[in-house]
Design a protein around this ligand. Structure first.
Ligand code: FAD
Length: 417
């Protein structure tokens, strides 16, 4: 007799779990609280859905920030190449862009959702919308089904929880699955916003709101110990906002910061391509050419005007200071600020601005080779609700697809006790 598999959540992980379980002959029902599937997928990649990353092997694994080893079996079940083949086979052609990021050729996330929905239908699975699961039913230690919010009970041989994390709760991911996991005795690592903008103690970034910086280096340090520890250092783009900093570099950095930010310091190198000597030579030349002008003019040649003026202020200069009055020590101070703009993180922004949730169901309570709970037989986990997370670039959706696929395959062949 076909296994009855209930999947909670029709996001990336849940739909992929359904496709795989259905293809293996299980009797699958997907339960989704929203009126449609894939609401979060719709907003991914700024509406274009960066569904995976084409990096291979170690290049892929090193972009997974927490618990990469937990993913070996999932990625073996459905890696990025297999995902791309599957989505194309389901009628959505793909393309690979800068940084190996993979998008639908149409640049429409809705085409990725359409492919997944076709996969779910072709695999013979049912989807029930407006069906919010309120509770898991467990009998004699084994999962037996679910109870919906409206009181209806559904029986199953296996249940896959794929309810997502806590970020962008308007898409339906409000942490229900984490509650079900806790209620059934699973350990849950404290959820925290990740890939998220950072508020700074300094208020001056607010005066530069909207200014974006390209090709700068952002470094974060943990201070206060015997030796400062470098937490992150990468080159790329970032942005000043009314509360602090955002943009690709900052989001990535946020994943590498400890929970407690009080001993973290950040620094922007505005000219990473110039070492101190080259920058000094450049400034000396500018000072000679502009010797009868004011410092503001020199800064205008180096940085956008608003930033240049702010740097002068931070370093204690007047923009009107005549260039020919700048001493060698002052020139070095100016160079110092260009290479080391100091910033102090005050807080992460909230879940409603976080691309993903860090934390979730502990990997210690899940068998990585099947995605089955080690505590409740018949219960499986998939996607963002597990304590695994990665950098931006398509890695997080791939994690959802891979863990979903493995959970679906194993739930379908679940051995009944
Ligand atoms: C703005 C934004 C942009 C992003 N861009 C990218 C990107 O380009 N590339 C990338 O790799 N990642 C991106 N991500 C991250 C990515 O979207 C997630 O990692 C991924 O969607 C997680 O998939 P999931 O299936 O685990 O969870 P979700 O996609 O969150 O799906 C969970 C589903 O479960 C449903 N659900 C929840 N509770 C219940 C319940 N009690 N009963 C029934 N249904 C329930 C929800 O309604 C939802 O449909 C982005 C995220 C955001 C917020």
């Amino acid at each position: 007799m076909a296994k009855r598999v209930l999947i909670v959540g029709a996001g990336a992980a849940g739909m992929m779990a359904a496709i795989q379980a259905g293809r293996l002959g299980a009797n699958v029902t997907l339960l989704e609280r929203n009126e449609k599937a894939g609401k979060k997928i719709y907003i991914t990649g700024k509406g274009r859905c960066n569904l995976t990353n084409a990096a291979q092997g170690e290049d892929f694994m090193k972009r997974i920030v927490r618990n990469p080893r937990f993913l070996y079996a999932s990625l073996a079940a459905l890696d990025n190449n297999a995902l791309m083949d599957l989505v194309e086979e389901l009628g959505t052609p793909l393309k690979t862009e800068r940084g190996e990021r993979v998008f639908p050729e149409s640049d429409k996330s809705s085409d990725v959702i359409a492919a997944l929905r076709r996969g779910v239908e072709r695999a013979g699975c049912a989807i029930r919308y407006d069906s919010r699961v309120a509770e898991l039913t467990v009998q004699e230690g084994r999962v037996a089904g679910v109870r919906l919010e409206n009181g209806e009970r559904l029986a199953a041989d296996a249940v896959i929880l794929a309810t997502g994390g806590l970020s962008y709760p308007s898409t339906g991911s409000t942490g229900d699955g984490l509650r079900f996991a806790r209620d059934t005795g699973h350990r849950v690592e404290e959820p925290m916003p990740a890939l998220v903008p950072i508020e700074t103690k300094e208020t001056w970034p607010g005066e530069l709101t909207g200014l974006s910086l390209k090709n700068v280096r952002l470094t974060a340090w943990l201070v206060g110990g015997k030796k400062d520890k470098k937490l992150f250092s990468q080159q790329g783009e970032m942005l000043f906002t009314h509360f602090g900093v955002s943009g690709p570099l900052v989001l990535t950095m946020s994943s590498y910061l400890p929970e407690d930010l009080s001993n973290v310091r950040m620094e922007i190198d505005l000219k990473p391509a110039l070492d101190e000597q080259t920058l000094d030579a450049r400034l000396l030349r500018d000072f000679r050419e502009l010797s009868r002008r004011q410092l503001a003019t020199v800064m205008d040649g180096l940085e956008p005007h608003s930033l240049g003026m702010k740097l002068l202020e931070i370093a204690g200069f007047s923009p009107a200071q005549p260039v020919n009055s700048v001493t060698q020590e002052e020139r070095r101070r100016l160079e110092g600020i260009v290479k080391h703009v100091p910033l102090t993180p005050a807080a992460r922004r909230g879940f409603d601005e976080a691309i993903i949730t860090r934390g979730g169901v502990s990997v210690k309570d899940i068998d990585p080779s099947t995605m089955q709970s080690k505590r409740t037989p018949g219960l499986y986990f998939a996607g963002e609700m597990i304590d695994v997370d990665a950098e931006t670039g398509g890695f997080n959706l791939q994690i959802a697809f891979s863990t979903g696929a493995l959970a679906g395959m194993n739930a379908a062949k679940e051995e009944l006790a």
